[in-house]
Ligand binder design. Structure first.
Ligand code: ZZB
Length: 262
């Protein structure tokens, strides 16, 4: 799978994460980035939050470049260390601190290209898979049915999810128009298919439809490439994000988990 890995810079830590980070003695000028693996770089304008699995294990690793640290699963960190470019030395990723997803909920991050310029929050998504991508999922509720369904759940039951209601952005920005589903494909599909929660099995089909329709029929209705097809805009926005230092390519090895004994 060929992902674009988007870097969301930490603005303020949640209380639980701050305590552990202080104990781990990160340098004062450390820049930590949540790394979200996406197949949809053209949708990044619409990021409203970023998801972690509350029970998933994550790690903060040093890239040994410019006081830069990455937050992601240990498995993804090792895979990325074996791709040239992101870490100063090939194969060298120094683990600084292990954290649970639950620790970082409420952290505020800067999401590149998002219209929410003051930052967005790290929120829980129970369906995040530890074995896919980086275990960090940036949320675009206009175009991802899973993200929309999770947003509704979080906004309806903030106490249950141990979050503040004001961390959940429910205002949804149209980014892509398709002839069949209008300019908010994910909310439209969730309503039409009577999807009732973020764990509804019908979400797999909704995601399939949203990918296909968005890619083959979609036109950008927001941002620099307004009026262009999604097929064109995808590559242009990926390049823009990579060239500006806000993302890098992440090719996930198929079914192979690189591991080391130490
Ligand atoms: C932003 C985004 C915007 C995404 C969208 C999708 C859509 P796939 O198709 O199964 O390979 N994702 C990434 N990692 C995980 C994970 N560990 N657990 C759960 N979900 C994950 O999945 C790739 C997409 O699934 C990624 O692209 C990411 O969400 C999420 F408008 O990033 B995406 C119709 C989908 N639209």
């Amino acid at each position: 799978q060929e992902y674009t890995a988007i870097k969301l810079r930490v603005l303020t830590w949640s209380d639980a994460a701050r305590a552990k980070i202080q104990a781990a003695n990160l340098p004062a000028d450390a820049q930590v980035y949540f790394v979200a693996a996406t197949l949809r770089p053209e949708t990044m304008y619409g990021q409203t939050c970023c998801f972690v699995g509350p029970k998933v294990k994550y790690t903060i690793v040093s890239t040994a470049k410019d006081n830069e640290y990455l937050f992601l699963t240990g498995r993804a960190a090792r895979n990325i260390a074996y791709q040239p470019g992101t870490f100063a030395e090939w194969g060298q990723c120094v683990n600084v601190l292990d954290l649970d997803g639950a620790d970082v909920i409420g952290t505020k991050v800067d999401a590149p290209l998002s219209v929410h310029k003051d930052g967005v929050y790290i929120l829980p998504m129970e369906t995040v898979k530890e074995t896919k991508g980086t275990g960090v999922v940036t949320c675009v509720p206009s175009d991802s049915p899973d993200d929309y369904a999770t947003t509704i759940d979080l906004s309806n039951k903030p106490d249950y999810y141990k979050i503040k209601k004001e961390w959940v952005i429910t205002d949804i920005l149209p980014i892509i128009q398709t002839p069949t589903y209008g300019n908010l494909i994910a909310p439209t599909l969730v309503t039409q298919m009577k999807i009732v929660s973020s764990k509804d099995p019908k979400l797999a089909e909704a995601k399939e439809i949203a990918y296909k329709d968005g890619f083959y029929q979609g036109t950008m209705v927001y941002g620099e490439f307004t009026g262009r097809s999604v097929q064109e805009a995808k590559g242009l926005l990926q390049k823009h994000l990579v060239d500006s230092g806000n993302a890098f390519h992440y090719a996930e090895p198929d079914g192979v988990v690189i591991s080391r004994s130490n």
